[in-house]
Ligand binder design. Sequence first.
Ligand code: ADP
Ligand code: MG
Length: 238
Amino acid sequence: LHQHLVKAERLEVVEKMAAAISHEIRNPLTSAIGFVQLMQDETISKDKSDQYLSILKSELFSAEKVIRNFLTLSKPELPTVETLNVNSELQFVINKLQPAATRSLVSIQTKWTESVWIHGDRQSFHQCFINIIKNSIEAMENGGTVTVEVESTSTNIDIRVQDTGKGMTQEQIEHLGEPYYSTKGEMGTGLGVMVAFNIVRAMKGKINIKSEIGKGTSFEFSFPIEEQQREKASSYNN
Ligand code: ADP
Ligand code: MG
């Protein structure tokens, strides 16, 4: 009986995962099909068809990326560890999210001074902060501000993402990081925070969340600086 239960639970997880993945890739694929249909019209100009092709390519890329990201979840491959410039990697993420922020009347502000360096896998570092900042943007239905702050001490690098969004109840905060926990219905996957937390854990970071309904939320990450990293950082700065 116990065996059966375990199997049934596993199956449920697989089903949920499949549902989440198919949901995430449906949008770019539907869009890609649309552009293929537009291109079947033989009277369109070369310019138009080039434009459609380039959109088609980027939609297929994003579908492929979703699969790649979700598969890394189940396949604990060794990521490449590099020394990353925290501010420029965060700026990269912000630039990527800027169109979504603008659409939602959200302004993204940064507060950082000197360059700080961290050890990590670049792709994962991006993924983590894309997921967190995206949630902040989505929490502000009537616009607002996301502040991304970086502070470093002799022992830690602290990164804070603060929004002026709808906030969370204590109960909601406690569910964060659970797979498939989402308050966004059909629009949500409930995988973003779980993926982010896994990445932070892999980087030996700590997470602190503060939230107030109607006021906003802040996600505070604290990463330890190892001796070796500090040496590397000083040699980079010179
Ligand atoms: P999804 O965004 O697909 O719902 P996530 O794992 O990214 O899944 O987030 C899980 C849930 O956590 C969200 O549905 C939302 O309820 C809550 N949440 C995460 N970040 C915030 C935030 N900045 N403000 C308010 N709620 C948030
Ligand atoms: Mg999300």
